[in-house]
Design a protein around this ligand. Structure first.
Ligand code: NPQ
Ligand code: MG
Length: 369
């Protein structure tokens, strides 16, 4: 497949409510979209980097720069490029996995659309819908949190994830358990806000029958996570620490985690994400699909990935309206707590042209030479 050019498009999406984590508060999602243009049609990829480097070292302006100057030129100079070629062609450039993932996804989408095959079919999905979890931000008060969780449970979400940080951990978890009972699937995510010196607070969470504790310690604290795991009954799940299938193998064999949050952007794309799925399955470890406040484009691919057989826990694959009043595609909706896996070619969804135009803040065309 010959790529005639890439279009980089920045869009600004207001959030329905501020989303607070241990690293900051977001009120809008600043998204970098990549469109791969080919003679057989277009493909879309969404870069999940935030506007600031707070979740990981990548950020949207940096991703746009590295794509423009170093990544897109390698693909545009390569002649015939298929989805399996992208990672190899980009491998000489260190890091920048979210930027690489956006390009690979755009190429894969164009290639699958041309073949009439869906993301789910290509990746190996075995379900036509996936159970939906929801990530609940840090709130100003416990009553406000209970209102938010109650609303999500009423909508049908099948699993609740509470964002935690030092000072907002045991009390909110206890309050949610007391109000909503022991049957709610409940887990927490610290986004690396603790150190091993906080082991006693984290061990206090063992009383609440959580599915997992996500990324309690810093991203490069693999050994410390293994040590913490020996002090807790609750399984540790890693998110930020896992940037590749190699990292996943190291973490599982070290005992640093028993569960992995798979985010395709963080690990360099859907093909590497599938390798982590395969590796975890062989190891008997559970994986689930994380979320980065994706638009319908990124959400479509995530939902397809979450339909693979080893994704045995509900993911952060929420409905579009968890984050956005207006999505760039037809919205993903909850039906009995599940989200449908798109069945059409490629991502199976397309940007709504008028909506896309109204949200766009800049467009850059990168032509092949
Ligand atoms: C996580 N996501 O699992 C992330 C972190 C996160 C759904 O909890 C803008 C863009 C704001 C990406 C806030 C969820 C974000 C973001 C949090 C990602 O750790
Ligand atoms: Mg996380």
């Amino acid at each position: 497949m010959k790529i005639t050019g890439f279009e980089l498009r920045r869009i600004a999406m207001p959030l329905v409510a501020p989303f607070r984590t241990s690293f900051g508060v977001e009120t809008a999602r600043d998204v970098l979209l990549v469109r791969a243009a080919t003679p057989d049609g277009d493909g879309w990829g969404e870069c999940v980097a935030m506007s600031e480097p707070l979740y990981s070292p990548e950020y949207a302006d940096g991703a746009a720069d590295v794509i423009t100057r170093f990544l897109a030129p390698r693909l545009l100079a390569a002649g015939e490029v298929g989805p399996l070629d992208v990672a190899r062609l980009l491998e000489p450039v260190r890091g920048h996995r979210m930027a690489k993932a956006a390009l690979e996804t755009a190429v894969l989408d164009a290639w699958l659309r041309a073949r009439g095959e869906s993301f789910g079919a290509y990746l190996g999905a075995v379900r036509d819908r996936v159970p939906a979890g929801v990530s609940v931000g840090i709130m100003d008060s416990v009553p406000a949190l209970l209102d938010a969780v109650g609303g999500y449970l009423e909508q049908g979400y099948l699993r609740i994830k509470l964002k935690i940080e030092p000072g907002w951990d045991v009390a909110p978890v206890r309050a949610v358990r007391e109000r909503f009972g022991d049957d709610v699937l409940l887990q927490v995510d610290a986004n690396a806000a603790y150190t091993l010196a906080d082991a006693r607070v984290l061990a206090a969470l063992d009383d609440f029958d959580l599915l997992l504790i996500e990324q309690p310690l810093a991203e490069d604290d693999l050994r410390q996570h293994a040590e913490l795991a020996r002090l807790l009954r609750t399984p540790i799940c890693l998110d930020e620490s896992i940037e590749s299938a190699k990292d996943a193998a190291d973490a599982l064999l070290l005992g640093a985690c028993r569960i992995i949050n798979v985010k395709p952007g963080r690990v360099g794309g859907y093909l590497e994400a599938r390798r982590i799925h395969d590796l975890a399955q062989a190891h008997g470890a559970a994986v689930w699909c994380g979320g980065m406040l994706e638009t319908g484009l990124g959400r479509a691919a995530n939902v397809a990935l979450a339909a693979l057989p080893g994704f045995t826990l509900p993911g952060d694959t929420s409905a579009s309206d968890r984050y956005f009043a207006q999505d760039v595609t037809e919205p993903f909706v909850l039906a009995n707590g599940h989200v449908a896996v798109p069945a059409g070619p490629g991502l199976g969804v397309e940007p709504l042209p008028d909506v896309l135009a109204s949200l766009t803040t800049s467009t850059t065309w990168l032509p092949s030479a």
